[in-house]
Design a protein around this ligand. Structure first.
Ligand SMILES: C[S@@+](CC[C@H](N)C(=O)[O-])C[C@H]1O[C@@H](n2cnc3c(N)ncnc32)[C@H](O)[C@@H]1O
Length: 288
């Protein structure tokens, strides 16, 4: 059939070659189901490999959807906007190292495969691209995702400030103290709080603001609107004691590895300091 199409015309030869390559690429798909739909809204079936050239506005939600997928797949090879890709593969100390980096690298190993320059496309888009390989960690790391997210938000609030300075901020201490008092009032154990380990990542909080917004400022994002005054109280001294215990007071989030973040969070939790709003838990216990 294909042979019959062959002609001397260079254009047609190119078309035939394209078609031959396409048929070869699709051969393993024979008998497979094709699902048509919005990838973000579609429940994905079991899959082993994901290969995708995606519109860049869905970089963050798609990445987190894939990382939440169970059972974990073998690998995803995806082309991302260059800067997003460099954030995924950044290492402590790199300019692009951020909350997105730590969060994704907690759940997956990420490799930069190749750069694709804008001029490789016709017409050229406005940005360069990179192809990366994402391999979910197996077994997956068990964390309470809300706790981890809350902790990283605070840590990367001013990623180049020392943790000592961040954990003197009024809004940070107020959050920790409120949670601490709730936990104490209910005499909740570590197990009560962390038992329902929720490894699911809430990618809704990782809008493209988190994934792509990049400025020259140190600031990642605010914990919440409002003042960031420093406080000095007995409670604050105790919180700083946790930082000192792990030798973290003079360290900066921009240079901490994910293992160090995990360790520091474990020290805080051991001392009953929590970073997510425990109040709903309090309410659910009251209304049992
Ligand atoms: C960058 S193009 C890649 C096209 C083609 N796969 C290729 O590699 O040449 C991205 C494609 O994803 C489709 N797309 C955009 N948003 C999508 C979504 N939420 N779910 C599924 N496909 C989407 C677009 O219609 C477009 O065809």
């Amino acid at each position: 059939m294909l042979q019959a199409c062959i002609s001397n015309s260079e254009d047609q030869l190119r078309k035939v070659e394209k078609r031959r390559l396409l048929l070869r690429a699709l051969a393993p798909m024979a008998g497979r189901k094709v699902i048509q739909g919005d990838v973000l809204k579609t429940e994905l079936p079991y899959f082993d490999i994901c290969v995708a050239n995606i519109p860049y506005q869905i970089c963050s939600p798609l990445t987190f959807k894939l990382l939440n997928h169970q059972p974990p797949f073998r690998a995803a090879i995806i082309m991302f906007q260059r800067e997003f890709a460099m954030r995924l593969v950044a290492q402590p100390g790199d300019k692009l190292y951020c909350r997105l980096t730590v969060n994704t690298q907690l759940h997956a190993r990420i490799f930069h495969l190749l750069k694709v320059r804008r001029n490789n496309f016709r017409p050229p888009p406005k940005v360069d691209s990179s192809v990366v390989r994402i391999e979910p960690r197996k077994p997956c790391i068990e964390v309470k995702q809300e706790e981890w997210d809350g902790f990283l938000r605070i840590g990367f609030n001013r990623k180049n400030k020392t943790l000592g300075s961040i954990f003197r901020q009024k809004n940070v201490i107020t959050l920790l103290e409120k949670n601490y008092r709730t936990v104490q009032a209910l005499k909740l154990s570590q197990e009560d709080l962390l038992n329902e380990t929720d490894t699911k990542m809430d990618f809704s909080s990782f809008g493209d603001d988190q994934g792509m917004e990049m400025d020259d400022d140190d600031d990642e994002m605010e914990v919440e609107d409002g003042e960031a005054d420093e406080v000095q109280s007995e409670f604050n001294d105790k919180v700083l004691g946790v930082l000192k215990e792990g030798d973290f007071e003079d360290k900066r989030s921009s240079k901490l590895s994910r293992q160090e973040f995990l360790y520091l969070l474990s020290l805080f939790n051991k001392a009953a300091y929590h970073f997510y709003n425990v109040f709903p838990l309090f309410k659910s216990i009251l209304f049992l």
